[in-house]
Design a binder for this molecule. Structure first.
Ligand code: CP
Ligand code: NVA
Length: 318
């Protein structure tokens, strides 16, 4: 691939115009038992994944997904490599670009994945930063589209104004869903992300509503989404936890949602904190579909970024 032409995925709005097609491709591929198992667009390619934080879903879904597409996954735990210790991000990007055909990076500071992308000549995918989690949003919208006929109402977020909310908001309004988010005072999402989401919403006709009242967000919702209250890297902010009194997604809170509402969570869940067993284990919960869809959505994105001709060839067949 010509490095001048390469595309990166830092936040889900990097793909706004393509997102519906990427999601439809992922759904078709997931359900295609004939052509998809033979489709190997990453043959001869190696995709490296750097992790500064723990991961279950992201790591396994990238490793298995790359393998299914004929490629070789290479997982690099940051504690084992030189990045950020005796080698700069820029030099790491240049070196890895000589070996790899794509890089995924889970990091603390969003500026670090941007720096890696700037200095890499191969596509770079943000596998979660403190600001964005685009792969999660792609899987979440895939899960919503799979269930769209049962969704009557807006997407409600109850919890922290964090990385997962940022990309859910950007992606949700791109698909035309109204989004109402309830966060504690002082934990609202990043204002610059909100501005970007407002611009996308102005084009799609979706509405964004901010509140500090979980009941207001959840009333009439077709989707209720929450996440852990204290994200990775914030463990020192234990006092943050107390701000979430009244923000647990429990049976009482969901009673005012649409009866067919989907319960969503990026996982891992802290059961008994942000969500009760009764909600996460209910018939409304699609959390394990979301987890599985990480793989299918990322397979679509990886093929699109690393072998766009093959992505288009499969898209033409579906
Ligand atoms: N949702 C998610 O990114 O999970 P992991 O931290 O296990 O990768
Ligand atoms: N907001 C969480 C998401 C984990 C998948 C975190 O950043 O830790």
């Amino acid at each position: 691939m010509n490095s001048e032409m390469k595309k990166d995925l830092m936040s889900i709005d990097d793909l706004t115009d393509m997102l519906p097609d990427l999601v439809n491709w992922a759904i078709a591929f997931k359900n295609d038992t004939e052509m998809a198992p033979e489709f190997k667009p990453l043959t001869g390619m190696t995709i490296g994944s750097i992790y500064e934080k723990p991961s279950t879903r992201t790591r396994v879904s990238f490793e298995v997904g790359v393998g299914k597409l004929g490629g070789q996954p290479l997982t690099l735990l940051s504690k084992d490599i030189q990045i950020g210790k005796s080698e700069s991000i820029a030099d790491t990007a240049a070196v890895l670009s000589r070996f790899l055909d794509g890089i995924t990076y889970r990091c603390f500071a969003h500026a670090d994945v941007q720096e890696l992308a700037q200095h890499a000549s191969v596509p770079v995918i943000n596998a979660l930063s403190d600001m964005h989690h685009p792969c999660q949003a792609a899987a979440d919208l895939m899960t919503i589209v799979e269930n769209k006929n049962n969704i009557n109402g807006h997407i409600a977020w109850v919890g922290d104004g964090n990385n997962v909310l940022h990309d859910l908001l950007l992606a949700g309004v791109a698909f035309g869903y109204d989004v109402k988010y309830a966060t504690p005072v002082g934990m609202e999402p990043n204002s610059e992300v909100i501005k970007r989401a407002e611009k996308i919403a102005a084009r799609s006709g979706a509405k964004i509503t901010a509140t500090n009242n979980p009941n207001e967000a959840v009333s009439g919702a077709g989707v209720i989404y929450t996440d852990i209250f204290v994200s990775m890297g914030e463990e020192h902010m234990e006092d943050k936890f107390t701000a979430f009194d009244g923000f647990q997604v429990n049976e009482e809170l969901v009673a005012n949602a649409d009866s067919n509402y989907l319960f969503m969570h990026c996982l891992p869940a802290h059961r008994g904190e942000e969500v009760t067993d009764g909600v996460i284990d209910s018939k409304n919960s699609v959390v394990f579909d979301q987890a599985e869809n990480r793989m299918w959505a990322q397979m679509s994105i990886l093929t699109y970024l690393c072998n766009p001709i093959a992505w288009q060839a499969y898209d033409d067949l579906i």
